[in-house]
Design a protein around this ligand. Sequence first.
Ligand code: MIC
Ligand code: SF4
Length: 643
Amino acid sequence: MGYTIAQKIIKAHLLKGEMTVGSEIALRIDQTLTQDATGTMAYLEFETMGVDRVKTEKSVAYIDHNTLQCGFENADDHRYIQSVAQKHGIYFSRPGNGICHQVHLERFGIPGKTLIGSDSHTPTGGGIGMLAFGAGGLDVAVAMGGGAYYITMPKMYKVNLTGRLQPFVSAKDVSLEILRILSVKGGVGAIIEWGGEGVKTLSVPERATITNMGTELGATTSIFPSDEITRAFLASQGRENVYTPLESDEDAEYDLIINIDLTSLSPMIARPHSPDNVVPVKEVKGTKVDQVCIGSCTNSSLVDLLKVAKMLKGRKISPSVSLSISPGSRQVLSMLSDSGALSDILLSGARLLECACGPCIGMGFSPNSGGVSLRTFNRNFEGRSGTRDGQVYLVSPETAVAAALTGVITDPQELGGCIDIQMPEAFAIDDSAVLAPAGIDEAKDVEIIRGPNIKKFPDSTPLTNELSAPLTLKVGDNITTDHIMPAGAKILPYRSNIPYLSKFCFEVCDPSFSERAKQNSANIIIGGTNYGQGSSREHAALVPMYLGVRAVIAKSFARIHAANLINAGILPLTFKNAEDYDAFAQGDQLVITDIFSGLDQGEITLTNASNGTGVLLKCDFTDRQKAILKAGGLLEYTKEGGI
Ligand code: MIC
Ligand code: SF4
């Protein structure tokens, strides 16, 4: 049997384990990336490992999420990250240089290499043929220290593309279409390979838009072949030397094959509040729009913004709409400016924001109360925009501009005209905003700068054989990490201050959770399916750990969040029978006994002391995961000598 692209890269990086679906494998990691919102914690963790210099081929620290610097907190964290990077051999991408995934694609991504990043959209690198995973900060810290990255060997899915996209239909519509087909749970446990003749019609940034949103499918990662288009992109970035071709074998086998005819696609839109709530734009046309945001790691490439500029040229946006544009990188912005396209954007009435995540993570530009916001981003979870009742829709840049011009949701195909944009042959290259680390000798003298906002890493509690705790919170299906640990301009500056962050835990679902949890010595949470989908933020595990959460019981978990819970020493347990979820009510007193032997048997009994019901829970952990849980988390485990 032949290999898929992902299997080939896995095989070349396999340190431990068998490549059979469902078994644990350990991978050698070539590159890492962090961003500031998860990076401070990741570097604090890295420091505790006592490794002088990163062991990866390339590690980059980006500052892109939290660039507002409303107070000293962000600014201090940025200084901290800069000094750690300088000392330990990490490249530092300065604030304003761009969004990690966009810059990494442009300047550092290499086909066939492995990358993990403390950000769930790291699979963007799959657009260039990298095997790129989102991970918790602690996993990234371990990889920087030379440790392996552990995952469960995924299934292989293939999406075969045929045909060619019609004018005003773009890669984002492909992402939304696959979300419509598979849902936010449809990619769980799988790597999605994009192939077929239609792939040849997509540029690297378009491919990256698609792999970026594979995260919203719950996929382990997504990947495109590395072909002549990849070579041309790398050449235009002055990096042709890192090109290697990569394709799957003809007889590679897939667990699922989906066919999409690009020619038949029309503009799509995800309605509030889930990226898979997708319909054709036509179905919601005419809805009044208050705000339009163009940018994010999904849609902020040069080609995206040149299209936007062409559609806006000589036109004015609707007086009732506020339009923001955040270019993905300094390279994109400088080329927009040199080509004159920036003026076309500005003269239309758009507002230019920094090359950063910005509104995508609620850092400003929140919609008005109940306001309708069309965004080219990848997530529209409730409250994520910073406005609790904001109505966020996800669209392509073309659909975004159409709405900005007309003031209502509009199918961009109805606007007419032509927006064919060619990829430039050469990108403007200036890496001066990426600071190289100090050399080995000078590094000894680099002092780490720690501001007062950086608080101690919270202590974890080693696992006990019996757990008796109230069911402090019961939630439903598809709970996101934005529910568990919200972000946004008010909270994001405190990502290195777990005690402060803890006040906001589950604020969107239940504002009293944090106070109630603090009163108990231990707490249990029950959730539905796909618990913890969304971001890779380990804060969604560290903060509950700080609040005394010892176990989360759900119908199923999202991959990165389950790994983060284990890393934090919290038991992620699943109901053996999903219907047992109904046997519990918030406030019930729960007891789990014989945890240690249960872990070995793969099954634990949960008793509801309030009504006497007993149900079985699955705990299918690998030996390494059991050892991490017993130690009280990955940090304790590594301190005890585990790898
Ligand atoms: C997100 O899009 O939710 C974020 C903010 O980029 C997160 C990371 C974080 O919470 O810092 C992610 O996707 O992992
Ligand atoms: Fe930044 Fe948004 Fe991308 Fe997350 S999804 S990395 S917040 S742009």
